[in-house]
Design a protein around this ligand. Structure first.
Ligand code: FES
Length: 245
């Protein structure tokens, strides 16, 4: 692929003076059960601007080199998490990972996230993940006093509320993992505090009992043992700070 150049006049027809393009090698873990049970790593060399994202590189590979390359993506803006994959050994979102940030001098390793069954190439079976989320039910359930219309959150409470589960949380779905979602118990505390006694809504799950629980559930539905339960000692240590406000 010819590298475009820019003349001194900056004539757009001439291209770009300092070409932003580099040659990067993407080493992708391929698996296609319809063809073989074997997994293999395949190299793809492409010319790309290092300021582009890994997702752009995958698109380029798929559209220009190998249409059989299979991966998920939806929003392309770091929201849905569907393009979660391991890039250079770390769980990342391809649409949020810039090529320049992952040392394009060396082959960039791309593979499916671990812990879930690989269906094809970079696509994993998300069913167990979402089943776990539904089983845990990390949300509040009204008992009686059904609302006649949707309960609306204020911007203040929404800022700390639970986010929907996403595939990006799946690779973090293990104890002590950090998850982008607020924990269910935190969310429950905040929601409970805004409703107070005027609402009969209550959590039906022990995790929402709040401060004293030693187990919380992330927005992804993953139970996480926490050592940060608000013990009496911690309550005491927080009291002076509150009184200063
Ligand atoms: Fe939605 Fe990357 S495509 S988070």
């Amino acid at each position: 692929m010819a590298t475009p150049t820019l003349d001194k006049t900056g004539n757009a027809e001439a291209g770009f003076a300092d070409s932003p393009f580099i040659t990067a090698t993407f080493r992708i873990r391929r698996f296609n059960p319809e063809v073989s049970d074997e997994v293999q790593w395949q190299d793809f060399q492409i010319e790309i601007d290092p300021k582009e994202r890994v997702l752009d590189a995958l698109h380029k590979i798929k559209w220009e080199l190998d249409g059989t390359l299979t991966f998920r993506r939806s929003c392309a803006h770091g929201i849905c998490g569907s393009d979660a994959m391991r890039i250079n050994g770390k769980n990342r979102l391809a649409c949020k990972t810039l090529i320049k940030d992952i040392n394009p001098e060396k082959p960039i390793m791309v593979e499916a996230i671990k812990g879930l069954t690989v269906l094809k190439d970079l696509v994993v079976d998300m069913d167990p993940f979402f089943q776990a989320y539904h089983d845990v039910m990390p949300f509040l359930i009204t008992k009686g006093n059904e609302p006649t219309r949707e309960r609306l959150q204020s911007p203040r409470t929404a800022s700390g509320s639970t986010t929907p589960p996403s595939a990006s949380c799946a690779p973090r779905a293990r104890p002590r993992a950090r998850c982008s979602g607020t924990t269910a118990s935190t969310s429950a505390r905040r929601r409970s505090s805004t409703r107070t006694a005027s609402s009969s809504t209550r959590a039906t799950r022990p995790v929402s009992s709040g401060w004293r629980s030693s187990t919380t559930v992330t927005a992804c539905g993953v139970a996480v043992r926490r050592s940060t339960a608000r013990t009496p000692a911690r309550v005491a240590s927080r009291s002076p700070r509150r009184s200063r406000r």
